[in-house]
Design a protein around this ligand. Sequence first.
Ligand code: S2G
Ligand code: ZN
Length: 463
Amino acid sequence: MNQEILHILKKYLPEEIIRTEKEFLIPYGQDWTRYHQPDPTAILFPRNVEEVQEIIRLANEYQFVVVPSGGRTGLSAGAVATNKEVVVSLDRMNRILEYDALDQSLRVEAGVITQNVHDFAKEKHLVFPVNFASEGSSRIGGNIATNAGGIKVVRYGMFRDWVLGLKVVTGKGEILDLNQGLIKNATGYDLRHLFIGSEGTLGMVVEATLKLTHPPKDKQVMIFGIPDMLRVVSVMQAFREKIDLLAFEFFSDNTLDYVMEHTQVPTPLPKRYPFYALMEFESNNGENTDKVFQLYQDLFQKGWINDDVFSDDEITMKKLWGYRENISASIAASIPYKNDLSVRISRISDFLKDIEKIVFEYYPDFKVLWYGHIADGNLHLNIIKPDEMEIHTFEQACKKVNDIICPIVRQYQGSISAEHGVGLLKKPYLIYSKSDLEIEYLKGIKKVFDPNGVMNRGKLLDI
Ligand code: S2G
Ligand code: ZN
């Protein structure tokens, strides 16, 4: 089959956008997950929307599957090609197209690296306020396809809140230019929001108009040492009541071990504590700083916080953020099994209590790392693969525990994938966060935009 596909691709597409060498097939046939053997037919590097359109038209006519590929930083196997699919990479569609100072908007091709958007915004004394660990290599199209979240969601929301316009090629090979950069547009279903988070299963994002905003002023960062995980939640709630947070993150002491080892940094505090919280806020002319210091004293007296480090200078704040932002890269070599769970903030305390019980009972021999965006109810529970354990044995052991954890997520009306998407890895657990009826509607929508099932077939849904 794949020789026929290859023949079609070479017949109708420019030779220079087709790569079939192993040094392309393997890396471009996967993302950051390592549970699947990449086996694509070819990797295509279209240079413009018309070439993307032609590829999807061919896929419909000759019945092959397209796997859209951005920065390949996905964590749910949403961009893996394991069954002779044709990977369509955005690498060569990476131009910043238009900045509008009045709109404070930036129109980009979907292959632009996320960090380049941050850098461009900074040159205009603005920010694009969606930040996350992989932004140095992720691409805007992939961020949109998974509705990326990250470390500033508590103040700025998710990726979808910053997309003013979207150009997509649908699974039928048709171009939709959605919302055209408008702030207000009450003209029926907002199809833009269907494509955001659709993981390449409805069509391919080829261009986006992003909203920029003014940067926060006089940022200040603190790291607290905290005696236990539930206290992290009560500390977060105590500060949330007093000030408008920019971020509130947490990580366990055994997670800190990996960051210190990988990045060769000293401990953030003179002593070690079971948990750490990182809080970022605006000084607000010292008003917030005073409130924070006052509350800190109270919480210290109560034993909710054991110690802290404070900074308001850029270099030190970046170092403090490094303890949180470097977690993902620091643990990657240990091939962690990632649970990316979320519940409403009001329920995070009880949820953590229940999950902690299960983890201790069912993962007695595995190292479990706890970290995440606690202020938006998002827990990253990473199980570290024991060195001697074969990866698929490990994956099976983790999946077994998922069968215990996921019903708890459903009981809390939570999400089995807060920000990493469903892809292949989380597809078996979708039923714990979406009703059967909802899934039927998702399939109905898939049939409208991709009637022949050529877009990322098998990801998110079984069609
Ligand atoms: C984070 C990045 C991916 C991961 O660090 O917040 O979303 O889980 C994650 O390592
Ligand atoms: Zn995260």
